[in-house]
Design a protein around this ligand. Structure first.
Ligand code: XMP
Length: 515
C-alpha cells in the first residue's frame, strides 16, 4: 500500500474526520486519519500529497484547544482546513478568529467573489451555491498573504486561500452531502491542488493486500478465527488467496448462535469458497460455564475466557501456527487509537487471543479499510451478497440477548422467536434498510390468556435500529402491520412467550444490545 499517493486527514475531534477520509477515498485517492499531535517529521515520513484539517468542537483560543505544530504549515504540502481546521490554520498563521453573535447552521447561500471564481479550489463551482455550515466562531482577519474567496450572509470569510503556498480554508463542510458542490471542491483540492492521480482502486487493494500477506507470512502457517461475519470472512478469503492451504480457518460454535446459524455458515463457506473451514462444537462447555450466572459483565467475561480456552485446545490440535489473523477494520483502529472512552461493555472478539497463544505475530489485512470498502472487497472476492451484507452479530451471541441466566431451555425459546422476526423483516424487504434487528428474551414472566386458559409465560422484546456507525443508533420505525404480524406469529408459534414488546429507545441513552 506504500506505493499509493496518500492524503492525510488530521483529526481535531468530532465526527467529521472519518467522513472526510471516506469522501477522499471515494475520489480514488487513498487517505489516512492521524491525530493533531502528529509531528512534522512523521508527516515527512508518510510523504502525503496533501493534508486536510478536520472540523472539531473547540474554539482556537481556548486553553486546551487542539493545535498543530506550526512547522507543518511550512512543509510545502498543500493544506485544506475545514471549519475548525480553517480557523486554526488562520489563527496559527497570524489571523484572527472571533465568536459570532449568532450560530450559523444548516444550508446557507455561498457566494464566490472574483478571486474565488478564479481559484483552483472552486473550478467548475457556480458563483452562487448552497453550502452546509455549523459554526459559532469565524475568521475575522486573514493572515498575511491570504485572500477571501467566498462569503455567506453571516460569514464574510467563508473561504480563503494563499494560492502560492497552496493553503486553503473553508468554513463550511464540503464533506457533507448538503454542500451542493462539496464533491467538486474536495476533488479540485485533490486533483488540481495536490495533483492526485485518482487511481486508487479496490481491485488494486486486493492484489496489494494479497502480495503483502504473501511477503509477511512466507511459507509459515496462519490461523484465522471465523465468526461468519463479513470482516472475518473477507480476511479468510484474502489469506486463502495468499497462502492457500497454509491457512487454517476455525469456526467455533459456542452454542449461543442463532437458529441454524452454524450449519448455514459452514454450508455457505464450503459451497462458495475454497477455504477449508474446521467447525468445532463447544456448546456444552460454554453453557455449563454460564450456568447460574446472571450478571451481564460476568457473562461476557466468561464467554471471552471460554473462547480463549477453546482456541488453545484447537491450536494445539492444529500444531504449530505462526500467525493469527484478525478482521480488524479501520474504524476499530481509530476507535482504540484516538479515544479514551469509558468502558460501557467488555466487547469481546479474538483480540484477547495473542496473550495466551504463542503466535509469532498478528496479521490484520483489513486494517486500512472502512466497512463499505470491506463489503466491496468481499463482493470482488466472490463472497455471496447474503454473507457480505449480513447484519452484525455480537461475539457473546444470544447470551447477551437472554436477560438473566442462560439456559438451553431459554435458548430454545429465543431462537425460533428471533428467526420469525428476521424472516418477516426480510419478507418485508427491510433487511437492507434496518441495520440490526433481533429478539431479546427478558427474564420476566407475565400473565396472559390463551384459549380459555391463564398463561404465565415470558415477555419477549424486539429491537431494530438504524445506524451507520453503531456508535449511535435510532430505533427503527417499523410498519405497524409488520410488527403486528411478527407479534402474532411469535405468540402463536413459539411456546412459552405470551407477550411481545417493541423497543423505542435510541442509543444513547440506551445501547443496541440489552446487556
Ligand atoms: P452496543 O450494545 O454496545 O452494540 O450498542 C454496538 C454494536 O456492537 C455489537 N456488539 C458486539 N460485537 N462483540 C462483538 O463483536 C461484543 O461483545 C459485542 N457487544 C455488542 C452490537 O451487536 C452492535 O452491533
Amino acid at each position: 500500500m506504500n506505493t499509493h499517493q496518500k492524503v492525510l486527514i488530521i483529526d481535531f475531534g468530532g465526527q467529521t474526520a472519518m467522513l472526510i477520509a471516506r469522501r477522499v477515498r471515494e475520489q480514488h485517492v487513498y487517505s489516512e486519519i492521524k491525530p493533531y499531535t502528529i509531528t512534522p517529521a512523521e508527516i515527512k515520513n508518510i510523504d502525503p500529497i496533501g493534508i486536510i484539517l478536520s472540523g472539531g468542537p473547540s474554539f482556537v483560543t481556548d486553553k486546551d484547544a487542539p493545535a498543530l505544530d506550526p512547522a507543518i504549515y511550512k512543509l510545502g504540502i498543500p493544506i485544506l482546513g475545514i471549519c475548525y481546521g480553517c480557523q486554526l490554520m488562520s489563527y496559527q498563521l497570524g489571523g484572527k478568529v472571533e465568536k459570532m453573535a449568532h450560530r450559523e447552521y444548516g444550508k446557507i447561500d455561498l457566494q464566490l467573489n472574483q478571486k474565488g471564481s478564479d481559484s483552483q479550489i472552486f473550478a467548475d463551482v457556480s458563483v452562487q451555491s448552497i453550502c452546509w455550515m455549523s459554526h459559532t466562531s469565524s475568521v475575522t482577519q486573514l493572515p498575511e498573504g491570504f485572500v477571501t474567496l467566498a462569503a455567506t450572509p453571516d460569514c464574510p470569510t467563508a473561504a480563503f486561500a494563499n494560492e502560492s503556498k497552496k493553503l486553503y480554508g473553508v468554513q463550511f463542510h464540503p464533506e457533507v452531502t448538503h454542500t451542493q458542490f462539496g464533491v467538486q471542491i474536495l476533488g479540485n483540492f485533490l486533483t488540481r491542488v495536490c495533483a492526485a492521480a485518482g487511481d486508487w482502486q479496490m481491485s488494486a487493494i486486493a492484489s496489494e493486500i494479497i502480495a503483502d500477506l504473501r511477503a509477511k507470512i512466507g511459507d509459515k502457517r496462519v490461523l484465522c478465527a471465523m465468526s461468519g461475519g463479513v470482516d472475518s470472512s473477507v480476511t479468510a478469503l484474502l489469506l486463502h488467496r495468499a497462502v492457500e492451504e497454509r491457512l487454517t480457518a476455525v469456526f467455533l460454535d459456542h452454542g449461543l448462535l442463532r437458529q441454524d446459524e452454524a450449519a448455514e455458515v459452514i454450508e455457505t463457506f464450503t459451497q462458495n469458497t475454497p477455504i477449508n473451514l474446521i467447525a468445532v462444537d463447544y456448546s456444552t462447555q460454554f453453557l455449563s460455564a454460564l450456568s447460574g450466572v446472571t450478571d451481564p459483565e460476568a457473562k461476557r467475561k466468561i464467554i471471552g475466557r471460554e473462547f480463549v480456552r477453546a482456541f488453545e485446545i484447537e491450536a494445539k490440535k492444529i500444531g504449530h501456527v505462526d500467525f493469527l489473523a484478525q478482521g480488524t477494520i479501520y474504524p476499530d483502529v481509530i476507535e482504540s487509537g484516538t479515544k479514551t472512552a469509558a468502558k460501557i461493555k467488555s466487547h469481546h472478539n479474538v483480540g484477547g487471543l495473542p496473550d495466551v497463544i504463542d503466535f509469532e505475530d498478528i496479521v490484520e489485512p483489513l486494517r486500512a479499510l472502512f466497512k463499505d470498502e470491506v463489503h466491496a472487497l468481499g463482493l470482488e472476492l466472490g463472497l455471496p451478497e447474503k454473507l457480505v451484507y449480513r447484519q452484525p452479530f455480537p461475539g457473546p451471541g444470544l447470551a447477551i440477548r437472554i436477560i438473566g441466566e442462560v439456559t438451553a431451555e431459554k435458548l430454545a425459546i429465543l431462537r425460533p422467536a428471533d428467526a420469525i422476526f428476521r424472516e418477516e423483516i426480510i419478507a418485508a424487504g427491510l433487511h437492507q434498510k434496518v441495520s440490526q434487528y433481533f429478539a431479546v428474551l427478558t427474564n420476566m414472566k407475565t400473565v396472559g390468556v390463551m384459549g380459555d386458559e391463564r398463561t404465565y409465560e415470558y415477555l419477549l422484546g424486539l429491537r431494530a435500529v438504524e445506524t451507520t456507525d453503531f456508535m449511535t443508533a435510532d430505533w427503527a420505525d417499523l410498519p405497524h402491520d409488520l410488527l403486528a404480524r411478527v407479534s402474532s406469529r411469535i405468540v402463536n408459534e413459539v411456546p412459552h412467550i405470551n407477550r411481545v414488546v417493541y423497543e423505542i429507545t435510541s442509543k444513547p441513552p440506551s445501547t443496541i444490545e440489552w446487556e
